[in-house]
Design a protein around this ligand. Structure first.
Ligand SMILES: C=C(O[C@H]1C=CC=C(C(=O)O)[C@@H]1O)C(=O)O
Ligand SMILES: [Mg+2]
Length: 461
């Protein structure tokens, strides 16, 4: 039996001075494949979809269509503006039941000061959507919500039409359940700026030796060409099968799909408790258990990687101490092993202060020294100077929040942008005084691997 909840809330005025009405309905359905639901939106909602799954696989989220978007290009206030608009939109929503919560999903770009043209041209610095159809899989239950935000006070007919589409989408997802996808066919790849990248590592280590910065994360991209246009469910299906230990995400905007499988939590808030993770310092996986163990031990004992990691711990600990109480941080890092790579990992948690919120923490934490550097402003200036690309959402916060202040943002690494028959993969690494260009280059090759595999490509190493 389907359970139904319905609530209509009136929002006084939006930023344009208009009255908006927010109607929503949630039903519980028998469990269905999140990817099949996403794929069911291929014709009608392509360009307006998102997919998310947390590392623990306890929460999966799919959005089809935009009931409302919150976007801005504010250089300094983008986090605050999203927060204010979301609060306004949801202020009359009934609180207290997780399954009734409308969810806002999206991301903030890495650096709003970057104007380099490319695949990210015109992408908003903050891009969030409340889906028309929202699927949440949580605790073995599945919920589908309809959201309608409209100027019309009498929206019954419009809402009734959406109910029909919802039933059709659920049915299509149940029929599609067993579909399997093949990998796309890559015809060529190239490494833009390989030489400038290698040179930039020397330039940045020189900068660090002159004491102009302590650590700077430098990244690069890999461009792939496919035989034909690649569909986003096809790609998401590959990462779902190949990267079970990571956050999985896909976010569409017009022709672009940004997707990835990240091991790194930026921040999670659940009932006032906040969690973050320090992930920095890397080594490849071994071919045998013994070799893997030996690599892991050498990573734990390596001063260069230990240095890279400690900058991140110091910074995240500082932000947590300023915004939380009962902060807990283990004394030293442990290993985080994922399919292609192992990292130094330190979890951080605490109880949020009364006035702290998930978006405030996101604002203070981004970019951590695992993606930016130390000191932050000097590192960002070096990135702008030495990276000839625009990171867009790579290395930036991506995730969701509800109307009650719960939510989670991952750091969008191990990620790529797909546009029709082209893809751009991104990877970087923390540069410290004793970094060497060739070994940093090799580290990016390992970090490209998960997205490259999902896209059907191989590098000739
Ligand atoms: C910047 C990336 O990784 C960061 C996260 C973990 C380990 C890192 C490192 O060892 O350099 C990086 O700080 C990336 O994957 O593109
Ligand atoms: Mg590194």
């Amino acid at each position: 039996m389907q359970q139904k909840w319905y609530q209509a809330t009136e929002i006084e005025v939006d930023s344009l001075g208009q009255n908006l009405h927010f109607y929503m309905e949630t039903i519980e359905v028998s469990r269905l494949s999140a990817l099949a639901f996403y794929a069911a939106g291929e014709e009608r909602y392509k360009g307006e979809r998102f997919y998310w799954q947390n590392r623990e696989k306890t929460m999966t989220l799919v959005g089809l269509g935009h009931a409302h978007t919150i976007q801005n290009n504010a250089k300094n206030d983008r986090f605050d503006e999203v927060e204010a608009e979301w609060k306004h939109l949801t202020k009359n929503c009934v609180k207290g039941q997780a399954e009734l919560q409308p969810i806002l999903f999206g991301g903030f770009t890495f650096d709003p000061q970057n104007n380099v043209d490319g695949e990210w041209t015109d992408f908003p610095e903050a891009y969030f959507a409340l889906a028309t159809f929202q699927l949440v899989l949580r605790d073995d239950k599945a919920y589908v919500s309809i959201h309608l935000v409209t100027k019309e006070k009498q929206a019954q007919e419009q809402f009734e039409a959406l109910r029909k589409v919802r039933d059709h989408l659920i049915h299509a997802a149940q029929v599609k359940e067993l579909k399997t996808y093949s990998k796309p066919e890559m015809t060529s790849y190239f490494e833009p700026y390989k030489e400038p990248y290698l040179a930039s590592i020397d330039q940045v280590t020189a900068l660090i030796k002159e004491k102009k910065a302590d650590k700077v994360v430098i990244a690069r991209s890999l461009a792939l060409q496919f035989k034909e246009q690649v569909a986003s469910p096809q790609i998401l299906s590959q990462i779902i099968h190949e990267q079970p230990e990571s956050y999985l995400f896909g976010l569409e905007r017009h022709e672009l799909l940004f997707f990835g499988a990240s091991p790194e939590r930026l921040v999670k808030v659940e009932n006032g408790h906040a969690y973050s993770s320090c992930v920095a310092g890397s080594i490849k996986r071994g071919k045998t258990a013994d070799e893997d163990e030996a690599y892991g031990q050498s990573l734990l004992n390596d001063p260069k990687n230990g240095g890279e990691h400690q900058y991140v711990v110091d910074m995240i600990a500082d932000i947590f101490r300023k915004n939380c109480f009962n902060v807990q941080i283990p004394n030293g890092p442990r290993l985080l092993k994922i399919r292609d790579i192992q990292h130094l990992y330190t979890p951080v948690e605490g109880q949020l202060d009364n006035d702290a919120t998930i978006l405030q923490l996101t604002k203070y934490l981004h970019p951590t020294p695992a993606l930016g550097g130390v000191p932050r402003q000097e590192a960002l200036a070096a990135i702008r100077k030495y990276e000839p690309m625009n990171r867009g959402l790579y290395a930036a916060p991506i995730g969701w929040m509800d109307a009650e202040g719960n939510g989670e943002f991952a750091v969008a690494i191990r990620s790529a942008a797909l546009i029709n028959d082209k893809a751009y993969l991104y990877a970087g690494g923390g540069i410290v005084a004793d970094s060497e260009p060739q070994s940093e280059y090799d580290e990016t090759l390992v970090k490209f691997r998960p997205m490259l595999r999902a896209l059907g490509g191989q590098l000739h190493e």
